[in-house]
Design a protein around this ligand. Sequence first.
Ligand code: SF4
Ligand code: SF4
Length: 425
Amino acid sequence: MALSFACNASILPQQVKVNSRSTKYLQNVRNLVETIGIPSISSSPDESLRKGNWVKLICGASFEDVVDIRNLSLVYTLAGVDCIDCAADASVVSAVNEGIEAAREMLGSLRRPWVMISVNDDEDLHFRKAEFDPDDCPLDCSRPCEMVCPANAISLERKASSEEEFTHFIGGRGKLQVGVITERCYGCGRCFGVCPFDKIRAVTYVRDAAATSQLLRRNDVDAVEIHTNGRQTDSFKDLWNNLEDSIRHVELVAVSLPDVGDLTVSVMKTIHSIMDPHLHCYNLWQLDGRPMSGDIGRGATREAIAFAVRLAAVRDRPHGFLQIAGGTNSHTVSGLKKAGLFQTTSISGNWRGEMFTVNSQQALIGGVAYGGYARKIVGRVLAEMQSHHGLAHIEDYPNYVFKALKEALLLVGTVKCYNLPSHLL
Ligand code: SF4
Ligand code: SF4
């Protein structure tokens, strides 16, 4: 089923007046970026992949809150990410590009990160939305769905829907309203299991190939990521054939796949053979460990690292950079270091009783993509700003830019090896 979801229009208030305090914060932001020496000023995204210090911000294949997306893109552009991955939706792509340009206006010399759109070839966890009818919810439900949602995508208010109900409202009548805020739901699934009345459904969708082709022709879209489930490749082939001409317009094609054990490398080979005749740009394999879980805690990153260790040890895997995702967070780089895989071109070990060594011209693991965790740490600042100023461009409140940038630098800096000032640590 192909669906399209309406997005919040970017209807934001006029720029606020700049005062001397905000000028000071703006200068602090500039000083911070200049002191650290953000490498994206001088090096390109493909160089980062070769060196193993590529960082991608995942806005979310289904996350479509354009106000947050714009502000997240601004903050992470300042922090030096190489790529921003977003939903394959025209207004979302525009929001990402607006955020990038606003960051570059603030600093002037920043290189533009690549903008990537994410699509799927079949049903996939990243391409679904939660749905329920709040009218069906018992009024005395303790609303665990609302509490468990990491995206604040569920909002339930008790409201009287008629004058007659209003008179009984205090007595417990009325209805729950709002429900799932579709553009904020990114399909993590955490609300599904907590509803004691089994009211929540998942609505899955597949991005439309013709609409994707159109987006790929835009000159502000640089890359595409195709999510595939790794179980069969026919749907990948169909999508690839439908996208064929438009693929010529991008710098990078990424394929995101889960670990399907011993089948993984053969699936990658089949996919590569499908792409190869029309692949005239870089290609990357996104090793998706534990999808949409980086914000849960330290252990969430283990599966992505184990996946990377397995793939890095394969000598005859198909061409393309390797990048990890799915459960990535502030512990990911220390996990990669422990596994001997951080920014290295060589790995040795024992695989099923046999010693092996794999050498590569470039970093074995090109970098890390951060999703839920990256959105959570900056999202807290965005939520605070919104509670004081409503929907706003973050650059209009440079104190919040400074606060959000500190959070982003602490995360991006783990991969980019920033020398952060002690007051940030
Ligand atoms: S699926 Fe996840 S993001 Fe969507 S409403 Fe449920 S908990 Fe929130
Ligand atoms: S937990 Fe279930 S019944 Fe309760 S408010 Fe949420 S969706 Fe409705």
